[in-house]
Design a protein around this ligand. Structure first.
Ligand SMILES: C[S@@+](CC[C@H](N)C(=O)[O-])C[C@H]1O[C@@H](n2cnc3c(N)ncnc32)[C@H](O)[C@@H]1O
Length: 227
């Protein structure tokens, strides 16, 4: 792979007199980032609000086989409510802050039995046994987490063998970055994070007009060897 890439770079620089492989790569990267900026700024500011119902549906489809879903960095547990009400899934929402958790009386009685919102740091999920949940979602949360590796390792511990972790977040260069002036991960960075924390079958892409980073990884179906 590296040899092939080196060969390609050499061919590109030979075909572009006066331009080294590195310069050429920098030019391509800067053109890509300009294109991403143009794409992002051509969207309306309410883009993310508009796509929310479709995104929830997409998440529901992706995790439809799970009986119990863990939502890490759940905020007000809105997605958890949706999953419980639409798919009758059992959902555990975890957030460091319980400030926007719904009041019990605001929930339908069926949802009340399915949804549990827990105030906890996702780095330490001691209230969950190893392999306790079938699937996990982190929606708009990864970029806010201070020690993402610690959270991803703990998330893998509580995921059942073969279970799926789904991350949906703002990617670098997206409209969100222009609106909020925050820095976000690139797909490659998220892929590296998932690999470094032991997930397998990793796939990372951009969906919804490239404004949402969509990453998946599995906990290996076989018990990992330790030591
Ligand atoms: C931008 S909000 C997203 C909330 C929700 N997922 C949504 O879709 O609206 C990110 C959330 O991650 C939570 N968070 C950040 N670090 C955390 C951690 N280590 N453990 C638990 N929650 C965390 C924050 O408190 C915040 O509510």
């Amino acid at each position: 792979m590296q040899v092939a890439a080196r060969g390609r770079r050499a061919a590109v620089s030979a075909a572009t007199p006066g331009c080294s492989g590195r310069e050429r790569e920098a030019t391509v990267a800067s053109a890509r980032s300009a294109a991403a900026k143009q794409r992002a700024t051509s969207l309306r500011d309410d883009f993310y609000e508009k796509i929310k119902p479709r995104l929830y549906q997409r998440i529901g489809d992706e995790l439809r086989e799970a009986r119990c879903v863990l939502d890490l960095g759940c905020g007000g547990c809105q997605l958890g409510r949706f999953l419980a009400e639409t798919y009758s899934q059992q959902v555990i929402g975890v957030d460091m802050s319980d400030g926007s958790f719904p009041e019990r009386h605001e929930l339908r009685s069926r949802t009340r039995t399915l949804l549990r919102c827990v105030k906890a740091d996702a780095r330490r999920l001691g209230f969950l046994a190893a392999g306790a949940v079938d699937a996990e979602i982190m929606l708009w949360a990864l970029h806010e987490i201070r020690q993402p590796r610690a959270v991803l390792v703990e998330a893998r511990r509580v995921l059942r063998l073969g279970g799926k972790l789904l991350i949906a977040d703002f990617p670098r260069g997206s409209l969100a970055q222009h609106l909020c002036n925050e820095d976000y991960y690139t797909p490659d960075q998220v892929s590296d994070l998932l690999a470094a924390t032991g997930y397998v079958n990793i796939s990372v892409g951009l969906v919804e007009r490239r404004q949402v980073l969509w990453a998946k990884g599995l906990r290996s179906a076989r018990k990992e060897l330790t030591g």
